[in-house]
Design a protein around this ligand. Structure first.
Ligand SMILES: C[S@@+](CC[C@H](N)C(=O)[O-])C[C@H]1O[C@@H](n2cnc3c(N)ncnc32)[C@H](O)[C@@H]1O
Length: 190
């Protein structure tokens, strides 16, 4: 468990989503098969403790642009203490396009998400997914994870439908059993 996530989960359970940081195996699956080594621009949504960020940076080209977008101000501050050289915006993922413009960029080749989709309202999910699709080039990649235990719940089925409606390709990874709780990754392509 992560103290940062526990503290903020107690205050904002719906936007933080979990007290467990993603395992190394899940972080690896999130950056696998998305051509991240060739990407010019990579954006992470909801980086939380920064475990996925480390994996992204380890796999990305040295000259690629990267920034993260985190809604929670305190989590943002804690992230910057741990990863002082990594650019992070304290903002909503729904503002992806405006933040890319602020960086003088028009597109992101890969968008990687740690957002707790299942607990976000439908309207917010839709707004963020629209922003992601708008900012990806054709063939660009989006990855996100879901917990295995939730897959039978209506919210998870609704979210899968949302992905199918937004992307031309949606593929589920193998189950990552070495994660708390077990999870899988959706690899999506515009
Ligand atoms: C499950 S935690 C991230 C876990 C992270 N992958 C890890 O393993 O540490 C989800 C994060 O998404 C952030 N978040 C929730 N809604 C957001 C939004 N609309 N925009 C940006 N970040 C958001 C939360 O504040 C939280 O830090």
């Amino acid at each position: 468990m992560s103290f940062v996530l526990i503290r903020h989960f107690l205050k904002n359970p719906k936007t933080v989503g979990t007290v467990w940081p993603s395992s190394t195996a899940l972080c690896r699956e999130l950056v696998k098969g998305i051509n991240i080594e060739q990407a010019k621009t990579v954006v992470e949504l909801g980086p939380g403790t920064g475990v996925v960020t480390r994996q992204i940076i380890a796999n990305m080209h040295d000259n690629a642009h990267f920034f993260a977008i985190e809604l929670n101000e305190s989590i943002c501050k804690s992230f910057s203490r741990k990863l002082p050289d990594v650019k992070i915006y304290n903002d909503s993922a729904a503002n992806l396009k405006q933040l890319l413009e602020h960086e003088k960029l028009t597109q992101a080749d890969c968008v990687i998400s740690g957002l707790p989709w299942a607990s976000l309202p439908f309207q917010v999910q839709n707004e963020i997914l629209d922003a992601i699709v708008e900012c990806l080039p054709k063939g660009g990649y989006f990855t996100t994870f879901a917990y295995l235990q939730g897959t039978l719940l209506p919210a998870a089925r609704k979210f899968k439908k949302q992905l199918d409606n937004h992307f031309s390709e949606v593929r589920k990874s193998r189950v990552i059993w070495h994660n708390m709780p077990p999870a899988f990754v959706y690899h999506c392509r515009k």
